[in-house]
Ligand binder design. Structure first.
Ligand code: FAD
Length: 410
């Protein structure tokens, strides 16, 4: 049996960043990364954007190339799944039949795409998108397709609809919400995105559920709940993820609702030698004073790095304000904070000029900001103002006044 000081289970952004975090503190302790994917640890944002469009290669998807792991004395096992954790013996069993021993273990197992359990959902030509193979398969299908249906109006659905359109496929989008990105965008912005989609030739069908998918050998049409039949050559479902936390459940680690792994402010689980980071980790956030769990790239990056540092003895709490970005056609969004629950927004700038930020308040407290085309020097203050949880009455007027610098509000 091999013994490693650090074992990391996962092949996404959190796993890659954890290697960096460990090496910032411990230059020599042995590190083993176990991933069930066939690739080195990689990031996923390009899989719905530049990589799917064929504009970026795999080198833009990998977080580090092979030389990084060799130079930093990190062993990566690809195509191997961790099947069981034995906490008492600090061992991880692998599907290859072998077992590895750890001093500190990081779970960074992320999520897998959810497939709606519709009749016909398994037909060839019906895709979900999480992996490099999924992105390759969607691009290959798009080369042959004329008509695609995208199911889902959140980020993955919107990004895939935009990229397929750029690849020359006519897209029909259907989703449950009233407008695209409804979970994070105020109605004015949602309406603007819908207009952009329609100008680009996408047919947008809001508040609509797909009922079944039909086809003989492969997909031929999606039947909607209003009886309409949308003929198509392919469909992509962007309808959310299920977390890969069965390992943690079987090991009796504390979980939260939605099967996330509960960690403390150091990103440590209920076992002192097991840590968790990225999509699967629910951490006690100091700004919102409640547990957050976020499925975004930057959270996986920052938590992976912090967990790595703490596994190596740093003992630093995780206090980063959640951040994410998305690119849809020419629109680039950035978001700081937690936009899950808000009841009021304040607008700074102009949506017509595509230079706008929306400031989100819950119970009169600032909880987040979404920015689109705002000047670069507003980025830092945005993050810091959100971290401070300012009161509506104290800042609403000043935020709307673009002549007033955000620095003044600090
Ligand atoms: C197509 C796409 C586009 C995205 N775009 C954006 C974006 O623009 N902006 C943004 O902020 N976020 C984006 N995201 C979200 C972001 O990619 C995720 O939040 C991020 O991937 C989470 O990283 P992670 O390391 O926690 O998990 P993951 O990336 O899911 O990695 C988990 C890894 O663990 C492996 N694994 C699981 N179980 C086991 C096991 N038992 N044994 C071995 N290995 C295992 C998995 O195969 C995988 O390699 C996007 C996601 C997708 C899918």
């Amino acid at each position: 049996m091999t013994v490693h000081k650090y074992v990391i289970v996962g092949g996404g952004q959190a796993a890659a960043s954890a290697c960096e975090g460990i090496r910032q503190i411990d230059s020599s302790g042995s590190i083993l990364v176990i991933t069930d994917e066939e690739y080195l640890p990689h990031q996923r944002p390009p899989l719905s954007k530049s990589y799917l469009a064929g504009k970026a290669g795999l080198d833009k998807v990998m977080v580090h190339d092979e030389s990084y792991y060799a130079e930093n004395n990190i062993e990566v096992m690809t195509g191997v799944s961790a099947t069981r954790i034995s906490r008492r013996g600090r061992k991880v069993a692998l599907d290859s039949g072998s077992t590895v021993e750890y001093e500190e273990l990081l779970l960074a197992t992320g999520g897998r795409a959810w497939r709606l359990p519709l009749s016909g959902a398994e037909l060839p030509g019906v895709f979900t998108l999480r992996t490099i193979e999924n992105s390759d398969a969607i691009r290959a299908a798009a080369e042959e397709a004329e008509e695609a249906v995208v199911i889902g109006g959140s980020f993955i659905g919107c990004e895939v609809a935009a990229t397929l359109t750029q690849l020359g496929v006519h897209v029909t989008m259907c989703f449950l919400e009233e407008y695209p990105l409804q979970a994070v965008a105020p109605p004015e912005l949602g309406g603007h995105i819908r207009e952009i989609f329609e100008d680009e030739g996408i047919r947008v069908i809001p508040t609509m559920r797909p009922e079944r998918i039909v086809g003989d050998e492969r997909i031929e049409a999606v039947h909607l709940e209003n009886g309409e039949v949308v003929a198509c050559d392919m469909a992509v479902m962007g309808v959310g993820v299920r977390l890969n936390t069965q390992l943690a459940r079987d090991a009796d680690l504390d979980l939260t609702d939605f099967s996330a792994i509960a960690v403390d402010e150091m990103l440590r689980t209920s076992d002192p030698h097991i840590w968790a980071a990225g999509d699967i980790a629910a951490w006690p956030d100091p700004h919102y004073e409640r547990r957050l769990r976020v499925e975004h790239w930057d959270v996986a990056r920052a938590q992976g790095e912090q967990a790595g540092r703490n596994m190596a003895g740093a003992s630093e709490p995780y206090t980063v304000v959640p951040y994410f970005f998305s690119d849809i056609f020419d629109l680039s969004f950035e978001v700081w904070g937690d936009l899950v629950d808000w009841d009021q927004t304040v607008t700074r700038g102009s949506l017509e000029e595509e230079s706008v930020s929306y400031w989100y308040f819950r119970d009169e407290i600032l909880v987040g900001v979404l920015a689109l085309g705002r000047p670069d020097d507003e980025r830092d203050p945005m993050e810091q103002l959100v971290a401070r949880g300012l009161k509506y009455d104290d800042v609403a007027e000043a935020l709307q006044d673009t002549d007033q610098s955000l620095d003044d509000l600090m």
